[in-house]
Design a protein around this ligand. Structure first.
Ligand code: ADP
Ligand code: MG
Length: 348
């Protein structure tokens, strides 16, 4: 039998669609695109009007166009060009994200630092020209990493990096903000259920149509993207963000693995035995800032910090595939990969 539909049949179908407009004129449900330096995808499972996905991706591109440190013409690039020269006009969202970044810098005693830019630029990890910088280059860049030399002025709407050569880098937190914005926009467009995944930075919106909890896989830091160590069972509005050694890295001529979370004290990739830290929370900007912060702090100091924060859980994985949970994480996270071992904390 032929698979082509006859003209009358198509007309009949079109007429039926005109009557039952909702089911035939379903708005698009899925989209994936390269934005914010990664693959961003949104999947709508329930509700939403025609413009929902367009609006989300327009906002993601807008955030990239203001907050990227790697592109010309962004607000962050202008702030960097004004370092040591003059305060630069910065819209509310840039100052909001910067304010969050500075708060994680303070919480971590500088292990998280949004002025890490000069060191990031030396290594160029994940981009053309990635390389191991010389100790002299690192020594010259380190004095420029100084969160206390950032002046954000909310009344004037400006940001000023006090010393020439300083470079702001919001890469550790901007994707989290973008996920929160995506969720806000989906709800504005009457979406009832959706999953936002910005390069592994996941946020779920609303209730699943069948009423069951959302189940989000947590990335295996030793395997390809998509391979998981376990699953988080989440309510709508929850977010899961992982920072790890696998996300962006290169192997140097010396055979060493160099990844993209850099220690502001030494200028080298953080080496503390951890492979990844996952944060489960309701605010993606906080989860993103915190996952990088906890990774930089290491297991003992990182776990101590999580336990002081409400409504935040964390899963730490070390290089020996041991998995450590914060006190409430066991209620939402289930390990199901037998290569990994749930392990009691090695300190009181
Ligand atoms: P991903 O971007 O893969 O989700 P993270 O959120 O952990 O990973 O952010 C890593 C990025 O943050 C780096 O690529 C760099 O731009 C920036 N960064 C690196 N080290 C630090 C640090 N110590 N504090 C703040 N930002 C950092
Ligand atoms: Mg982060």
């Amino acid at each position: 039998m032929s698979r082509t539909t006859s003209r009358p049949a198509r007309l009949a179908a079109a007429a039926l669609c005109a009557i039952v407009a909702v089911s035939c004129a379903e708005p698009p449900r899925d989209r994936a695109d390269l934005v914010l330096g990664t693959v961003c995808s949104v999947r709508i499972l329930d509700g939403g009007d025609r413009g929902a996905l367009d609006a989300v991706f327009e906002r993601l591109r807008g955030i990239e166009a203001t907050m990227s440190a790697n592109a010309d013409g962004t607000v962050v690039a202008a702030i960097n060009a004004g370092a040591g020269v003059a305060p630069v006009a910065a819209p509310d969202d840039v100052r909001y994200v910067l304010g969050k970044a500075l708060s994680y810098s303070a919480l971590s005693g500088g292990a998280f630092d949004p002025t890490i830019g000069p060191v990031v630029k030396l290594w160029n990890i994940g981009m053309d020209g990635e390389r191991v910088p010389s100790p002299e280059e690192i020594a010259a860049a380190l004095p420029l990493v100084d969160a206390s030399a950032v002046a954000a002025d909310d009344a004037a709407g400006t940001v000023f990096l006090r010393r020439a050569g300083m470079l702001l880098d919001l890469g550790a937190i901007a994707k989290g903000y973008a996920a929160d914005e995506a969720a806000r926009i989906l709800l504005e467009h009457r979406v009832k259920a959706a999953v936002i995944d910005l390069g592994g930075n996941v946020k779920v919106v609303g209730k699943k149509p069948d009423g069951s909890p959302w189940r989000i896989g947590i990335q295996d830091p030793f395997d390809d993207r998509g391979a998981r160590i376990g699953v988080a069972e989440l309510e709508g509005g929850a977010t899961v963000v992982t920072s790890g050694v696998y996300e962006r890295y290169f192997i140097g001529d010396d055979g060493e693995h160099y990844h993209h979370i850099l220690d502001p004290a030494t200028g080298y990739p953080v080496r503390n035995g951890l492979a990844s830290v996952t944060v489960i929370s309701s605010s993606s900007i906080d989860a993103d800032g915190l996952s990088t912060t906890l990774f930089s702090l290491g297991l003992e100091r990182g776990m101590a910090l999580v336990e002081t924060l409400g409504h935040v859980e964390a899963v730490f994985i070390d290089e020996d595939k041991r998995v450590y949970l914060s006190s409430g994480a066991g209620a939402v996270f289930k390990l199901d990969n037998p290569a990994f071992a749930l392990t009691p904390l090695p300190f009181p």
